[in-house]
Ligand binder design. Structure first.
Ligand code: ATP
Length: 364
């Protein structure tokens, strides 16, 4: 039996509520699934802590994240908590954590579960693709840097490296190998999304992508410009399987993707590197609804399912991989049933009711 230690960062706003809901479900799994052993350490980090202590991520918390088998985070940031220069504390903490854990690839599934509200009139052959976003470079490489000349000129530099692009492309192709292909015809594909017609950095990103593709001859390849991709995501999303792209493009297209398939309350994400994995919902802290027990916990619970899949895959642990499938199926069952759902997807249930329903559906 493998045992995994998970560092939990409940964070701010709706973060603690959706984390409690996720814990409720994971505790039920540990109780009922033979061979699944998860232990947890939970830490304060984020904007609330910064307000009290001037620190978002104390060194001891970072140490524990580095030592844990995985990190599960719900949401960080409060609009009224600012650094002396007026910026929010959330980007500083998240970019720092990504860099410290070397999380080079972010994975954002865009999957339409039956019964979830779809933004499109026509659902075609279904929506089930994954955005893989380079997570440390691109335009975000300038975070904390850039240059400012007086009051007139400011620059941020977009950085693409062969190593970073190779790593993220490898993640994309390896994921495509484990998937069942695009909904329209079952073809396993990795699509490079770029702006290679304009920027040499993007032409280089595409060139490295095609270099990496040579190691995966069974997976289909294509390259699409990012502006066209935002059109295709709305017109024919079923024609895509795995998309790989630069950091800022991924940041933007993943929210478009979440909007297609039921909103931020249903969007999980994973950030992975060679040694570490961090899992978190794609939504933020939603302060307007914090403390009301109405936030949708499904994005965090689906992120926990991605965590179990990642732990199982890297440790060759079929119990953990099966547990990930069981958890995703339980969420899908509650979405399809439709009776218990939070207000963001058209229901009137509480966060806790949704968590209990998912926990009860695990064994069903
Ligand atoms: P942040 O600044 O932390 O990103 P935000 O409120 O600006 O916070 P999000 O938290 O990403 O941005 O959410 C935008 C809106 O989407 C929220 O105001 C809320 O209405 C809705 N929302 C996001 N997540 C959830 C959720 N889990 N359940 C219900 N509604 C949500």
């Amino acid at each position: 039996m493998s045992s995994y230690r998970i560092a939990l960062l409940p964070g701010d706003g709706i973060g603690p509520e959706v984390m409690d809901a996720t814990r409720l479900v994971l505790d039920r799994m540990v109780r009922d699934i033979s061979g699944l052993d998860l232990t947890f350490t939970s830490h304060r980090a984020g904007a609330g802590l910064y307000r009290e202590t001037g620190e978002t991520l104390p060194p001891a918390v970072l140490e524990d994240c580095l030592a844990a088998d995985a990190v599960l985070l719900s949401a960080i940031g409060l609009p009224d908590v600012r650094q002396p220069d007026g910026t929010e504390v959330q980007p500083l903490m998240m970019v720092g954590l990504r860099r410290a854990l070397n999380l080079h690839s972010a994975i954002r599934p865009v999957k339409l579960y039956p019964g979830a509200p779809c933004a499109l009139k026509n659902e075609g052959s279904g929506i089930d693709f994954v955005i893989i976003r380079e997570n440390l470079e691109g335009l975000f490489a300038s975070f904390g840097g850039g240059s400012r000349v007086g009051n007139e000129v400011v620059t941020d530099t977009l950085v693409i490296t062969r190593k970073g692009t190779t790593q993220v492309a490898d993640v994309a192709f390896r994921l495509a190998q484990r998937r069942i292909g695009r909904p329209s015809d079952g073809r396993q594909m990795v699509t490079c999304v770029d702006k290679a017609n304009i920027f040499q950095s993007m032409a280089f990103f595409r060139e490295v992508y095609f270099d990496v593709a040579k190691s995966y001859p069974e997976i289909g390849t294509e390259a699409v410009y990012v502006d066209a991709m935002s059109l295709y995501m709305v017109q024919n999303p079923w024609d895509f399987d795995v998309l790989v792209m630069e950091n800022q493009f991924g940041d933007i297209l993943s929210d478009l993707g979440a909007g297609l398939v039921g909103g931020l309350g249903l969007g999980p994400s994973a950030e992975i590197g060679e040694e570490h994995g961090l899992f978190q919902p794609s939504h933020g802290t939603a302060p307007q609804i914090a403390g009301k027990n109405i936030a949708n916990p499904m994005a965090t619970i689906l992120s926990a399912a991605m965590m179990l899949d990642w732990l199982g895959d890297r440790n060759n642990d079929s119990v953990c991989i099966d547990a990930a499938v069981t958890l995703e199926n339980a969420v899908a069952k509650i979405i399809a049933d439709g009776r218990i759902r939070t207000p963001d997807i058209g229901g009137s249930s509480s966060t806790t009711e949704v968590a209990n329903a998912i926990a009860d559906a695990l064994g069903a």
